[in-house]
Design a protein around this ligand. Structure first.
Ligand code: CUA
Length: 337
């Protein structure tokens, strides 16, 4: 199997996080640069090791009284050659890197009606991602969601970009979805920018790429790129307040009476905490706890009862809920579609 194809097919879920399987213009540039640098470095490695092995073999000691080889002290032409050649190689790589930076670093435009461009503010938190949807197609959005970022996919002849403003609420994190773009850090007190573009629909996975504490490895990224119509349907749904089913009335009251509401927000209810992941449309997400486990009844039940058993060190404590309260809270959460 081809080396790069092998690297590109990692991951048990079939969702590749490989830079060699790029799906966006920015990731193409970075992938090409990586291959080029790897090739240049590989060539230098082969030349240096080749000369080394040749010399070791050719000039190895033969017998007791072999003659000492001629001793050379300084050679102007060799010194010029081994100064000029690396300088040229470094200069060439610098030019290519500058071109890549030029391609990858794009300032965000102003939102405009009809641009099909999405603007999202990403806030890195220990240990999950908050997404504030700002504008799409020139329209102001203003809702918040967590951990699974939905974006519109590009189609033939229609490039749809997503511009991210990156902030942090606590420590440094780094946003990295290898198939879509390079890494960009989220730094407290500073705003960084990056942009994504997915060539086609699909789930693009990534990972926080800057050590940020105990659950750094449990700060996974999922970018869901959808066809325009699907994305706009999702957007419409996500902007709505939470479902308010009559049948879930008492389960809802149990939820609202607990400490959950101090940290979590459910739009359309008194739960307005802004510290933990937004739950308004929790069941529209495939995963829990920033990609750590699948979002289903069983895992929700475990999470509400003892979050530390799923994500040790996470900032949600075990509230020692009674079995009844726990059941009713899960019952309520399951209605938040
Ligand atoms: Cu966030 Cu590492």
């Amino acid at each position: 199997m081809d080396f790069f194809a092998l690297l590109a097919n990692g991951g048990p879920t079939g969702e590749s996080p490989s830079i060699f399987d790029s799906a966006s213009p920015a990731a193409d540039s970075i992938g090409n640069l990586s291959v080029l640098v790897l090739a240049v470095a590989g060539l230098i490695f082969l030349v240096v090791e080749g000369i080394l092995f040749y010399c070791v073999f050719r000039f190895r000691r033969r017998g007791q009284d072999a003659a000492e080889p001629p001793q050379v002290y300084g050679s102007k032409s060799i010194e010029i050659a081994w100064t000029a050649a690396p300088a040229l190689i470094v200069f060439f790589l610098m030019l290519v890197i500058t071109r890549t930076l030029w391609e990858v670093e794009v300032d965000p435009p102003n939102p405009q009606a009809g641009d099909q461009t999405l603007f999202v503010t990403v806030v890195g938190r220990q240990w999950w991602w908050e997404y504030r949807y700002e504008y799409y197609d020139g329209r102001k959005l203003g809702f918040v969601t967590a951990n699974e970022l939905h974006i519109p996919a590009s189609a033939e002849g229609a490039a749809r970009r997503t511009y991210l403003r990156l902030e942090s609420a606590d420590v440094c994190h780094s946003f990295w979805v290898p198939r879509l773009a390079g890494k960009t850090d989220l730094i407290p007190g500073q705003t960084n920018q990056m942009w994504l573009e997915a060539r086609g629909p699909g789930v693009y996975v990534g990972q926080c790429a800057e050590y940020c504490g105990t659950q750094h490895a449990g700060m996974l990224l999922r970018v869901i790129a959808e066809e325009r119509a699907d994305f706009e349907r999702w957007l419409e749904h996500e902007a709505q307040p939470a479902a308010d089913l009559l049948s879930a009335q008492s389960a809802r009251e149990t939820f609202l009476a607990q400490s959950c509401v101090n940290c979590h927000r459910v739009r359309g209810t008194p739960a307005q905490g802004g510290y933990a992941p937004e739950l308004t449309h929790l069941m529209a997400r495939k995963t829990l706890a920033s990609g750590v486990s699948e979002n289903n009844r069983q895992n929700l039940d475990r999470w509400v009862g003892d979050p530390q058993s799923i994500k040790p060190g996470c900032l949600m404590p075990d509230f020692k809920l009674s079995d009844t309260d726990r059941d009713r809270i899960v019952e309520y959460l399951l209605t938040l579609e």
